[in-house]
Ligand binder design. Structure first.
Ligand SMILES: Cc1cc2nc3c(=O)[nH]c(=O)nc-3n(C[C@H](O)[C@H](O)[C@H](O)COP(=O)(O)O)c2cc1C
Length: 161
């Protein structure tokens, strides 16, 4: 059983969350591999139980590299379970009313990834998760480490089924 965590990250926040996921799976004796979306070679992987896509939210969207990795991997991923997370700024931390409205209307990286996955016939096994940063380039809010622990625990339950 293997978990593949496909990520992209500009400032390192999403990478940090991806590493937290990897560590939490490994603490549960589950093999978890991290791969940057640009370096992904789908045919290198066998016996994958779960693929997790992690992206920063930028301009209300996920990174193009992550979207590309889904498009190129849809066939290879056919029997895999999927999950999604992003990093983002929480609306309550946004001063501008207009920007808050736009965020409400256009959503986050997970919405973008979710739509593309759905197009290819995939439904995430758990509700997609957004992890909050303190400001536009980070760092992550301190509660993220605990949230990841809980989220990996929930994902692990799905791996047993
Ligand atoms: C150019 C830019 C655009 C951003 N756009 C959004 C956005 O639309 N919504 C949001 O919630 N956060 C937005 N953010 C905040 C990032 O999502 C956040 O800093 C994220 O953790 C960055 O991840 P990374 O360090 O892995 O690159 C933006 C940040 C930058 C620098």
């Amino acid at each position: 059983m293997k978990v593949l965590i496909i990520y992209d990250s500009v400032y390192g926040n999403t990478l940090r969350v991806a590493e937290m996921y990897q560590m939490e799976f490994q603490n549960r004796d589950i093999d978890a591999e991290l791969v940057h979306a640009e370096r992904l070679e789908w045919d290198r992987y066998r016996d994958v139980s779960l693929v997790i896509f992690g992206s920063p939210t930028r301009g209300f969207r996920a990174m193009p590299t992550i979207i590309r990795s889904i498009r190129t991997g849809a066939k290879a991923m056919k029997d895999y379970r999927v999950a999604i997370f992003d990093t983002r700024i929480e609306t309550r931390d946004i001063q501008s009313k207009v920007l808050r409205k736009l965020m409400g209307a256009f959503g986050y990286g997970t919405d973008h990834i979710g739509k593309v996955l759905k197009k290819h016939g995939f439904t995430p096994v758990v509700t997609p998760k957004g992890y909050a940063v303190m400001s536009a380039e980070g760092p992550l809010k301190p509660e993220v480490a605990y949230e990841v622990q809980m989220d990996v625990k929930a994902l692990t339950e799905h791996l047993k089924v």
